[in-house]
Design a protein around this ligand. Structure first.
Ligand code: NAD
Ligand code: UGA
Length: 432
């Protein structure tokens, strides 16, 4: 199949290299010239396991190419739209990139081609785009993406569901089947475009609700002397609840959960449905940085204005260099606003967007021992497994009596206490 992908970000690039791996001749279009140049020279632009190898193979076998020219899509059978849909100030999804991409497609695509919208878009968008392209004989279906950053290639290769929203499908072999056939084998769910669009937002919002509930329970655990890891161990053993997304942390972040919960609430407001569960999840999430900074302030024994704080982890989760909407940055920002002198270490510091760190006034250092030297408090913000392997005896020597606030419950509490450090877990005994 001749396939096109618009947008070479997390979703577009992953889809492009994986579609090429499946043998489809794939052309990926992006407006970012530097990104296209870098990818064309075989250098990956994002941090994802297996991506560099697939990129190299696609380019070498001529099944994959990158360009800034939409004209390269003229002969495509199917084109996936994977451009960004960030938040507008009122929480709604900014659809300018999607509309720009579809505007270009209207001028180049041949009649009979199918456009599959992978970008996360609000209810009604696919139908609107379908109306726009119908006069050109082009079909539009919704095909929301569920991959996770840091597992993107694996998630594409082994999808737990393939969602296709389409109702201009007259039966077998129509646009929905054509799009589904491009993916690796998986459970295909077909429904209306409206249901598919809403199912994507509903899934992300449910994950956010689950984590916020866990974080609220963690706060209660610390007050009543219970342990959140035991509480969620029990909850997760119930198949109806499921064991995933029950890890207490500094709040959920990343490029999607925050913007998608905001966009879902915006849609709710448009249609007069309040969705209080989603609103609550956002409120709980926004409170986490204050809860963590309060725990630091309560325990260090010096005013926060005179405190030296080391932050371990800046990315929004482990396994990525992505700091977009990272809760780590929010917590660092809260501590800096309270007057703390903060230095931060992250294993992927070199790959992190320096502009974002400067904007947040965060000083990054590329050595964990330098970052923690002389610290009154060490705040663990990202669940990098490397933090467990640090030489904590050396850290305890360089920062005697420091308070370790482990927002991810990652470290060995008993070992740290033995070293003379004060350990505070998130919702665990003696914690916050
Ligand atoms: P991204 O910001 O990483 O990449 C978007 C790419 O689109 C950029 O390279 C940008 O230059 C390009 N672009 C913007 N406008 C363009 C245009 N008019 N023509 C061509 N290229 C254009 O975004 P992302 O994280 O890949 O997310 C893309 C969409 O997929 C969003 O709607 C997001 O909500 C959704 N999504 C993301 C993930 C994820 O894990 N990141 C997972 C599922 C769904
Ligand atoms: C999320 C969804 O998991 C994907 O299915 C979806 O496709 C994607 O958003 C999207 O639409 O973009 P991702 O943003 O990569 O994927 O991140 P997650 O793994 O979901 O983590 C989100 C946040 O929740 C992170 O800050 C993470 O640290 C936090 N988290 C996650 C917890 O605090 N506790 C948990 O138990 C799980």
């Amino acid at each position: 199949m001749r396939v096109g992908v618009i947008g070479a970000g997390y979703v577009g690039l992953t889809s492009a290299v994986c579609l090429a791996e499946r043998g489809h001749h794939t052309v990926c279009v992006d407006v970012d010239e530097a990104r296209v140049r870098q990818l064309s020279s075989g250098v990956a632009t994002i941090d994802e396991p297996d991506l560099p190898e697939l990129l190299e193979r696609g380019l070498r076998t001529d099944t994959l190419r990158f360009t800034t020219s939409y004209r390269a899509l003229a002969d495509r059978d199917v084109v996936f739209v994977c451009v960004s849909t960030p938040s507008m100030p009122d929480g709604s999804a900014d659809l300018r990139a999607v509309d720009a991409a579809v505007g270009e497609l209207a001028t180049v695509l041949r009649a009979g081609a199918v456009v599959a919208v992978k970008s996360t878009v609000p209810v009604g968008t696919t139908r609107r785009l379908a109306d726009r392209l119908r006069p050109n004989g082009i079909h539009v279906v919704s095909s929301p993406e569920f991959l996770r950053e840091s597992h993107a290639i694996g998630d594409f290769r082994h999808p737990d569901r393939i969602l296709i929203g389409s109702d201009d499908d007259t039966g077998e072999g129509g646009p929905a089947d054509l799009v589904a056939s491009l993916y690796p084998p998986g459970r295909v769910l077909k429904m209306s475009p409206e249901s598919a669009e809403l199912a994507k937002y509903a899934s992300n919002a449910f994950l956010a609700v689950k984590i916020s509930y866990t974080n609220s329970l963690a706060e209660l655990c610390a007050r009543v002397g219970a342990d959140i890891t035991d509480v969620t161990r029990c909850m997760g053993a119930d198949m109806r609840i499921g064991a995933h997304f029950l890890q207490a942390g500094p709040g959920w972040g990343g490029s999607c959960l925050p913007k998608d919960t905001a966009a879902l609430l915006h849609t709710g407001r448009e249609y007069g449905v309040a969705l209080p569960e989603v609103q609550s999840a956002r409120t709980t999430n926004a409170a986490q940085a204050v809860r963590i900074a309060d725990a630091v302030g309560r325990t260090i024994g010096t005013p926060t204005t005179e405190a030296r704080v080391a932050a371990l982890g800046l990315t929004f989760k482990a396994g990525t260099s992505d700091v977009r909407d990272s809760p780590s940055l929010t917590v660092c920002g809260e501590l800096i606003a309270r007057g703390a002198q903060l230095t931060a270490y992250d294993p992927r510091l070199a790959a992190i967007d320096g502009e974002m760190l400067r904007a947040a006034a965060i000083v990054g250092v590329d050595d964990p021992y330098l970052a923690t030297k002389g610290a009154d408090a060490i705040v663990v913000l990202t669940e990098w497994p490397q933090f467990c392997e640090l030489d904590w005896a050396r850290i305890a020597e360089q920062a005697p009596g420091a308070v370790v606030v482990d927002t991810r419950n990652l470290l060995d509490a008993a070992m740290l206490r033995e070293l003379g450090l004060t350990y505070l877990g998130n919702g665990t005994g003696g914690g916050f």
